[in-house]
Design a protein around this ligand. Structure first.
Ligand code: CA
Length: 413
């Protein structure tokens, strides 16, 4: 029998009883950011329930303004609280004070996690191949290392922002025809459709996380838009990789969906050929069937237009391989660290996860329904990413991550 809550939840909602994600919210009546979960159109105030001793004991960390202390408690605690919430939200005769339930449209969502470090991978074969063809030609599309390790780089945590935060167009050096460069607002501003995962419990310096143990260290996932300035990137990236092209903003969705909620949607990932080295080898199904969608809306449009549909299941290097690889040197991960999967492009032209690929470097502009066209993002454009897993009669979803492009500071002056 399908689990049901006493709160009415539509089958199309991202937030049925099977989900129970965690986030940080505040309200006008109580402006202190605190921990909540989401059911249908309601936010459940966990700090209120904890204060009322509804969990049988007092956890304390639900009054925090980030999820970090809860995350550091480990998977045992995450499961215990998930079970308590499931019991609480399915038993109709539970004496509930109405203060525990806040209509979602009255809640203000905050960045859910204090992020110490942010790492971004490049784990979609389709994306890496597309970009490789554009920049190096078909013969050398994938670099020789790509099929042997999950390529990644250390990103910038300070500019990770929560959904709804405006993104100011960055300025930087560009040199489309070679040196000398000019300093201009980026002309090739792009999004990247990614998922992000948060480290729950970290590891000690010098003690790698083994691939078989990696999932235990992952608290949950969010949608991630890794905004990118392609023209700045093209000039700056050699020899050390992206720098300013990626450090001005990365947006995440506010609800962290736990690995336990995502467990029924685990699937076998793409076949890995050649076989990875033993420290990256695992036989279990480590992909996730998460349907992803990107919409774009200009200031002149009445409604958003879908410009891409993809799925996380296409990703070549799984998140457990990413975490095992990241720590194999003994690098210590800490509670709250964020890893991005890299752009999640699918196999078809309508499933590419960036403007760079959708417009093939600007050669094939996107036609918008009101007659406008786009090679890259213009000021006033709003990008929305959504994602969900389809269960039998219910969904486990992520809500959305949105961001609007504002003019560069140079343009405003
Ligand atoms: Ca990226």
């Amino acid at each position: 029998m399908t689990l049901k809550s006493f709160i009415e939840v539509s089958p199309e909602s991202d937030f049925p009883i099977q989900n129970l994600p965690f986030g940080i919210f505040s309200t006008q009546a109580n402006p202190a950011p605190r921990v909540g979960t989401r059911i249908g159109d309601w936010v459940v105030d966990l700090s209120f329930l904890d204060g009322e001793k509804k969990f049988g004991r007092e956890y304390g960390f639900f009054a925090d303004s980030t999820l970090n202390r809860f995350m550091s408690a480990g998977r045992g605690a995450w499961r215990e609280i998930r079970q308590l919430l499931t019991d609480f939200l399915t038993s109709g005769n539970f004496p509930v004070k109405k203060e525990a339930f806040i209509p979602f449209n009255e809640a203000h969502m905050h960045l859910p996690v204090a992020i110490g470090d942010y790492t971004d991978f490049y784990a979609s074969r389709e994306h890496a191949t597309n970009v490789g063809i554009m920049f190096r030609g078909k013969e050398n599309a994938l670099m020789p290392n790509w099929l042997h390790l999950p390529v990644g780089y250390h990103g910038r945590a300070s500019s990770v922002v929560v959904s709804g935060t405006d993104v100011i167009r960055p300025c930087g050096q560009v040199a489309p025809n070679g040196p000398p460069p000019e300093f201009v607002p980026s002309r090739s501003l792009d999004f990247e459709l990614e998922m992000g995962f948060f480290v729950g419990k970290g590891n000690e310096l010098g003690e790698p996380i083994s691939i078989d143990n990696a999932r235990e260290h992952i608290f949950g996932m969010v949608l991630l838009n890794d905004w990118s300035a392609r023209d700045i990137q093209a000039w700056e990236y050699q020899p050390l990789g992206p720098f300013l092209a990626k450090n001005f903003a990365s947006s995440v969705s506010p609800w962290v969906v736990t690995m336990d909620a995502l467990e029924p949607f685990r699937v076998q990932g793409p076949k890995q050929e050649p076989a990875p080295l033993p420290y990256l080898k695992t036989d279990s199904a480590n992909g996730y069937d998460i349907r992803l969608e990107v919409t774009l809306q200009s200031e002149k449009m009445d409604a958003p237009q879908t410009i891409s549909r993809s799925n996380m299941k296409y990703m070549y290097w799984s998140i457990v391989q990413q975490l095992a690889h990241h720590t194999v040197t003994g690098c210590n991960m800490r509670t709250g660290d964020l890893c991005g999967t890299g752009t999640l492009s699918g196999p078809t032209e309508d499933s590419y996860g960036s403007m760079l690929e959708l417009t093939w470097r600007g050669e094939k502009p996107i036609q918008l329904p009101n007659g406008e066209t786009r090679r890259f993002l213009q000021n006033g454009d709003t990008v929305v990413m959504k994602g969900y897993c389809q269960g039998d009669g219910y969904r486990v979803g992520f809500g959305d991550v949105t961001g609007k492009i504002l003019p560069a500071k140079e343009e405003v002056r």
